[in-house]
Each structure stands twice: as structure tokens, then as C-alpha cells.
Unconditional design. Structure first.
Length: 59
């Protein structure tokens, strides 16, 4: 799964967590099982990759 996130680095993605929370933003880095994204409000968000249910590239 981490390889998929690495491939999406620098691209705009839609992420939905197992809790139902949703994020839209650009993946900045992927390290130590965490995905760091810059969301639409220009806030850096660290997400544990184990909590991600859906991750897809936005068109």
C-alpha cells in the first residue's frame, strides 16, 4: 500500500479515512507509514496509512 502512496506523491488526491473523515489535497511526502498532505486550506495534515480506506487521484 505504501508503494501506491509513493506513486501519488506530488499529485492531488482524495482520501477517506475509516472514521469517515475526508481530505482533498496534494501528497507532500510518504514516510514511516504516514502520509503528509497539503489540504485545500493549505494546512499540513499527517495521516496514518493504516487509517486510510480510500485513496484515489483526483481528475
Amino acid at each position: 500500500m505504501m508503494e501506491k502512496f509513493k506513486e501519488l506523491e506530488g499529485k492531488r488526491v482524495f482520501i477517506e479515512l475509516k472514521t469517515g473523515r475526508r481530505y482533498s489535497g496534494v501528497i507532500q511526502t510518504v514516510e514511516n507509514d504516514f502520509v503528509k498532505i497539503l489540504d485545500k486550506y493549505k494546512m499540513l495534515v499527517y495521516i496514518d496509512s493504516a487509517e486510510i480506506r480510500v485513496c484515489q487521484e483526483e481528475a
